[in-house]
Write a protein that binds this ligand. Structure first.
Ligand SMILES: Cc1cc2nc3c(=O)[nH]c(=O)nc-3n(C[C@H](O)[C@H](O)[C@H](O)COP(=O)(O)OP(=O)(O)OC[C@H]3O[C@@H](n4cnc5c(N)ncnc54)[C@H](O)[C@@H]3O)c2cc1C
Length: 330
């Protein structure tokens, strides 16, 4: 089999690389082992303009945000599906310092931050301080996006469900052989497996673990994302994603009792309405040490590329950086 590209990994990174290769009418094959607990599969899909505890504006916001919105819209049109939902984040401040900081940043960024006047939230949450609102946010249905891309690739015989074996790569003159496949280029979108990747394992990565609960909550509007100590993100009617932790140091990649009981206590304290915990999951975010996305071609093996290091912002960053990689002349 002869293709222009082999793509390893079909999380958000590999899916977006695939989409832009399709746009360029390149022939390609995607190889993914279809693990169940990947960063992309456990993501909440939030794209928000103001990020972190200090409400910092997302770097390159005027470039990456419109690019991502347009890209998701183009994929949605192609597949006749809806992948992104405009939303606001209702920010129930957890402390007076949090409230003060928000109000200071609101004065500087009035487009993105406002004070929420709706007092109905008093019925659902125990509110001790004011309530803010982060506007111009979006939620990506990552699960549907990944499933749709994979379904399409399978229908085109462009998807191989197996573990890619790094030691099976042969570098030929201007080409790469992997088992019975010969490709002009090889792009790794292999997430945290980058540490086992002989071409890219020298890159400094500092992956972070994220644990999350899936919680059934009736009588809570799915029109918003809610923020306090944790985020509550609607996945579908009555089902909310609650989390996530963000730990640089962890002893296990599996869900822990510590997160479960700490988050359950927070739910007990914060919610005035009943809830039921349905599932507890954990996965590792592929995060570069400097927290920037990695989108480049190898200095020695010039036809071997990488898209990785999406950290906490894969939904927002993967479209832009995938397009950059695929359109770069190598
Ligand atoms: C709990 C949690 C919540 C998050 N919430 C958000 C959010 O709200 N918004 C946001 O933008 N981002 C969020 N993120 C971050 C986001 O999910 C990641 O940045 C993004 O998913 C990374 O995508 P990726 O494709 O680079 O990696 P991954 O999703 O890890 O995908 C890598 C793929 O490569 C495959 N693979 C790896 N090695 C091999 C191999 N040897 N052979 C074959 N296949 C292989 C894996 O099966 C996998 O499918 C969250 C992450 C976590 C963990």
């Amino acid at each position: 089999m002869q293709v222009d590209y082999i793509v390893v990994g079909q999380g958000l990174s590999g899916s977006w690389v695939s989409w832009f290769l399709m746009q360029q009418k390149k022939s390609f094959l995607v190889i993914d082992k279809n693990e169940s607990q990947t960063a992309s599969k456990n993501s909440a899909g939030i794209m928000n303009p103001m990020t972190g505890k200090r409400y910092a504006k997302v770097p390159l916001i005027d470039t990456v945000f419109p690019f991502a919105l347009n890209a998701y819209q183009e994929v949605a049109t192609f597949f006749n599906q809806q992948f992104i939902y405009p939303t606001s984040i209702i920010d129930v401040f957890s402390s007076k310092e949090n409230e003060d900081l928000f109000l200071k940043r609101k004065a500087e960024e009035p487009t993105y931050l406002s004070v929420e006047e709706d007092t109905n939230f008093q019925n659902q949450f125990k509110i001790e301080h004011a309530v803010g609102k982060i506007n111009n946010s979006y939620r990506v249905d990552v699960h549907l996006f990944l499933k749709t891309i994979q379904g399409y690739l399978k229908s085109q015989h462009q998807f191989l469900e197996e573990a890619f074996e790094y030691d099976q790569i042969e570098i030929l003159e201007g080409q790469i052989r992997y088992k019975n496949i010969v490709a002009k280029h090889l792009i790794f979108c292999d997430g945290t497996s980058v540490t086992n990747n002989p071409f890219w394992n020298k890159l400094p990565f500092a992956n972070t673990k994220g644990e999350v609960l899936l919680v059934e909550i009736k009588n809570l509007s799915a029109d918003f994302i809610y923020k306090n100590k944790h985020l509550m993100v609607p996945l579908k009617e009555n089902l909310f994603w609650v989390g996530a932790s963000n730990s640089w140091q962890y002893e296990t990649e599996k869900p822990t009792e510590e997160f479960y009981f700490e988050t359950k206590k927070w739910l007990d304290d914060f919610l005035k309405i009943p809830y039921t915990i349905i599932e507890h999951k954990a996965s590792i975010r592929p995060t570069a040490a400097n927290r920037n996305p990695v989108s480049t071609w190898h200095a020695v093996y010039k036809n071997i590329g990488i898209l990785n290091g999406m950290g906490t912002k894969g939904s927002l960053h993967a479209p832009y950086y995938a397009a950059q990689l695929v359109t770069q002349i190598i």
